[in-house]
Design a protein around this ligand. Structure first.
Ligand SMILES: NC(=O)c1ccc[n+]([C@@H]2O[C@H](COP(=O)([O-])OP(=O)(O)OC[C@H]3O[C@@H](n4cnc5c(N)ncnc54)[C@H](O)[C@@H]3O)[C@@H](O)[C@H]2O)c1
Length: 267
């Protein structure tokens, strides 16, 4: 995509301190949107916002644990006050704790459900309230939830994570249905990224070796590449480009979809 397809738009990006979230924030800013980075990591979050500031768009940082309803309320209020509106939510924050089902720990399973499922639905809740007619932003908008190729395949050692991402996928459809039918003017879509060597992606590759599913990290990554028709891993920019498109007016009649950006791995 080229040009300023998101000029004047106001976006909140969760998990925007690093990885995929930071890349999406950068791409939205390059497309003309103002950006609120929201994360539990304050220093990295502020650095991510500062890196964007040179795009000549307004930026800010909001401390946000996505599992906390009250913190969401404050982050959205700060976004509206700082950026002068709110019409894009990138629900990107997520965690992955690798384990075979035979070894899974209940507290890890609950933590993934809390961040990946509860965090995502709270994001949609506060976006709908702010963006719908009569809300403090009130101009409608676009939500992009970051699911995963894991929602579409069966990869050993990530059962609970895959389940939470399937939940994100399904909540996207229900969110799109509610926002459409209730006249909120908000489109809701999700993206299924393939494996990307971010902190999370490399941690997974290392965990696969520890569990004994691959002899070394190269073999772990190699097995994913082998299952990918385009023959390589995704890059953060690939996900960012898809997010920019889904938020743009070019996607104005697209809602309730899951867009694979996975080199064909999940087909
Ligand atoms: N990297 C991959 O291979 C891959 C593939 C498919 C999907 N995804 C999804 O993409 C998203 C981003 O992944 P990434 O690879 O950039 O991960 P990452 O671990 O590099 O970054 C995740 C970011 O989310 C933040 N975060 C975590 N818990 C949070 C919470 N409770 N509240 C607020 N922020 C929180 C972290 O501080 C971090 O900045 C996640 O939802 C992940 O599940 C990643």
């Amino acid at each position: 995509m080229s040009g300023k397809s998101l000029a004047g738009r106001k976006a909140l990006v969760t998990g925007g301190a690093r990885g995929i979230g930071a890349a999406i924030a950068q791409a939205l800013a390059q497309a003309g949107a103002s950006i609120m980075i929201a994360d539990i990591l304050e220093e990295a979050g502020r650095a991510s916002a500062a890196a964007i500031a040179k795009e000549d768009v307004a930026t800010g940082f909001a401390q946000l644990d996505v599992t906390d309803d009250a913190q969401w309320e404050r982050a959205v209020a700060k976004t509206v006050a700082t950026l002068g509106g709110y019409d894009i939510l990138i629900n990107n924050a997520g965690i992955e704790i690798t384990s075979l089902i035979s070894e899974v720990r209940a507290e890890d399973a609950r933590r993934m459900c809390d961040v990946n499922i509860v965090g995502t639905v709270l994001g949609m809740k506060h976006a709908f309230r702010a963006m719908r007619p009569g809300g403090p932003a009130g101009k409608g908008g676009a939500v992009v939830n970051i699911a995963s190729v894991a929602a579409t395949i069966a990869f050993p050692s990530i059962a609970v994570y895959s389940g939470t991402k399937s939940a994100v996928d399904r909540m996207t459809r229900v969110g799109a249905m509610e926002a459409g039918k209730l006249g909120f003017g908000v489109r809701v879509n999700c993206i299924y990224p393939g494996l990307i060597p971010t902190d999370m992606g490399m941690q997974l590759a290392n965990d696969i070796v520890k569990i004994g599913l691959a002899p070394d990290v190269n073999a772990a990554v190699g097995s994913v590449v082998e299952q990918t028709p385009l023959g390589k891993l995704a890059e953060v920019g690939d996900i960012a480009n898809a997010a920019v498109f889904l938020c743009s007016n070019e996607a104005r009649f697209i809602t309730g979809i899951g867009l694979p950006v996975d080199g064909g791995m999940g087909m």
